[in-house]
Write a protein that binds this ligand. Structure first.
Ligand SMILES: Cc1ncc(COP(=O)(O)O)c(C=O)c1O
Length: 381
C-alpha cells in the first residue's frame, strides 16, 4: 500500500484505503442501527486487542492526551500520590496532568534514550505505597520501549493501580492486559492501530472500575467514565454525540488488524523494525535509544555532524517521505522515523532509500543501495 506522500512519523500513520473508504461513508445518525453495530464491533475488537476478557472498553472523541486524563482523573483522587515511571516527554506529561488535578507525584526518570531499570521501580515500591503507577510503554520522544513485563511482575498483588500508556504501542507491540494485570490501558487510534486521528481509547479493569464507582464524583464531566459507561454498554444511548465516521473507520481498522492476527502483526512490526535498524546502522546513523530498549514502532536517530534538521527533512519530503523532528533536548539534533500500523516492506524500503538519498544530498558520502542491502535479509525473514 503506497500513496503519494508517505508519512513515516510516529503518528498519524498511513491509513489503509479500506479504512479511508469506511471513513468516507455517508454520516448516519449516532443512533442508527448500522452505526450502533459498528460501535459495538469497535468496542469488542479493542477489548480483544487488549487481550482482556474482564476489562471495560471506552472509545470517545479526543486523542491520546484525553485518554491519559480519563485514566488518571477516574482512578486517582486529588491528594492521593502516584508514581510516574518516565522515559521521556510523554512520561513527563503525567506530571503535568497530576499537577492539574492536585495529585502529588514522584517521578522515576531515565536519561533520554534509556529505560528505567525494573530494580529502581522495585526499590521505590519497597519504600512507599502509591495509589497508582503510570508507565509509558513506548515513549515517542525517545523511541524507548519500557520493560513493562518486568514492571508488571513487581506490581502483581500490590495495591497500586497499574496505568499503561500504549499510545505508541497498542496494535504494534504485545500488550496482554489481563495476564500483566494492567488496570487501565490507554491509547489513541492514529498510531499502530492505524486509524485516522480523533479517538481516545481506554480499557478499565474491574478493579479500576470499582475504584471509580467507589468515588461519589470526579473533577471532570466529559472525561468521567461513569457518564460514558451506559453508552459503552449500549451504544444506542446518548451522553455526547460520538464521532460517527471516525468510529466506523476505527471498526474497520480493528477488523483489518484482527484479520492479520495479533501474533502475526507483532511479528511483522518486529521484522520491519529489524530491517530499519540494519539499514540505518549501515548508513552510519546513531540511535538515541540504547540497544536493549529500542521500540518496534519507531526509531529515533541523531544527525551526523553537519546535517541540518530542517534541510534534511525538507529534502526527504521533496522525495515523498515525511519524517518527524526531535522533541525537547534532541530537537534539531535528531529525527524520528515511525514504522508502525498497516505498513510493509515497500514503505520501509522507500523510507530507507529516501533517508540515504537525503543524507547524500547533505554531503554524507554513502554508496547507493547501502541501506536496502543491509535491510534485505530481514525483509525475506
Ligand atoms: C506515548 C504517548 N502518549 C501520549 C501521547 C498523546 O497523544 P495525542 O497526541 O493523541 O494527544 C502521545 C502522542 O504522540 C504519545 O506518543
Amino acid at each position: 500500500m503506497i500513496d503519494e506522500t508517505l508519512t513515516m512519523i510516529p503518528g498519524p500513520t498511513p491509513v489503509h484505503p479500506r479504512i479511508l473508504d469506511a471513513l468516507a461513508r455517508p454520516t448516519v445518525s449516532h443512533v442508527a442501527p448500522v452505526f450502533v453495530e459498528a460501535f459495538k464491533s469497535a468496542l469488542a475488537d479493542f477489548k480483544k486487542l487488549c487481550q482482556s476478557s474482564l476489562g471495560q472498553p471506552f472509545i470517545v472523541a479526543g486523542s491520546g492526551t484525553l485518554a491519559m486524563e480519563m485514566a488518571l482523573v477516574n482512578s486517582v483522587a486529588p491528594g492521593e500520590p502516584i508514581l510516574v515511571v518516565s522515559q521521556g516527554y510523554f512520561g513527563d506529561r503525567w506530571g503535568d496532568l497530576a499537577a492539574a488535578f492536585g495529585i502529588p507525584c514522584d517521578v522515576l526518570r531515565a536519561e533520554w534514550g534509556r529505560a528505567v531499570p525494573a530494580g529502581e521501580v522495585a526499590a521505590r515500591l519497597a519504600s512507599k505505597t502509591y495509589s497508582a503507577v503510570t508507565v509509558t510503554h513506548v515513549d515517542t520522544s525517545t523511541g524507548t520501549c519500557a520493560p513493562v513485563e518486568a514492571y508488571a511482575g513487581l506490581l502483581k498483588g500490590r495495591e497500586e493501580l497499574f496505568i499503561l500508556d500504549g499510545v505508541c504501542a497498542t496494535g504494534g507491540v504485545d500488550e496482554p492486559c489481563d495476564s500483566w494485570g494492567v488496570d487501565i490501558l490507554l491509547t489513541g487510534a492514529q498510531k499502530a492501530i492505524a486509524a485516522p486521528p480523533g479517538l481516545a481509547l481506554c480499557l478499565f479493569s474491574p478493579r479500576a472500575m470499582e475504584k471509580r464507582k467507589s468515588r461519589s464524583s470526579v473533577p471532570a464531566y466529559y472525561a468521567d467514565i461513569l457518564r460514558w459507561l451506559p453508552i459503552m454498554e449500549d451504544p444506542s444511548r446518548y451522553f455526547a454525540t460520538p464521532p460517527v465516521n471516525e468510529i466506523v473507520s476505527l471498526a474497520e481498522a480493528l477488523r483489518l488488524l484482527h484479520s492479520e492476527g495479533l501474533p502475526a502483526r507483532f511479528a511483522r512490526h518486529r521484522r520491519l523494525a529489524s530491517a530499519v535498524r540494519a539499514g540505518l546502522t549501515a548508513l552510519g546513523l546513531e540511535y538515541v535509544t540504547e540497544e536493549s530498549s529500542r521500540a518496534d514502532t519507531l526509531s529515533v536517530l541523531r544527525y551526523p555532524e553537519g546535517v541540518v534538521d530542517l534541510a534534511f527533512r525538507k529534502e526527504a519530503a521533496s522525495r515523498g517521505v515525511v519524517f518527524a523532528g526531535g522533541l525537547g533536548p534532541i530537537a534539531g539534533k535528531a529525527f524520528r522515523f515511525g514504522h508502525m500500523g498497516n505498513i510493509g516492506t515497500g514503505e520501509v524500503a522507500r523510507a530507507l532509500t529516501v533517508i540515504e538519498e537525503s543524507l547524500r544530498a547533505a554531503g554524507i558520502s554513502i554508496v547507493p543501495g547501502t541501506a536496502l542491502a543491509a535491510a534485505a535479509p530481514f525483509h525475506s525473514a
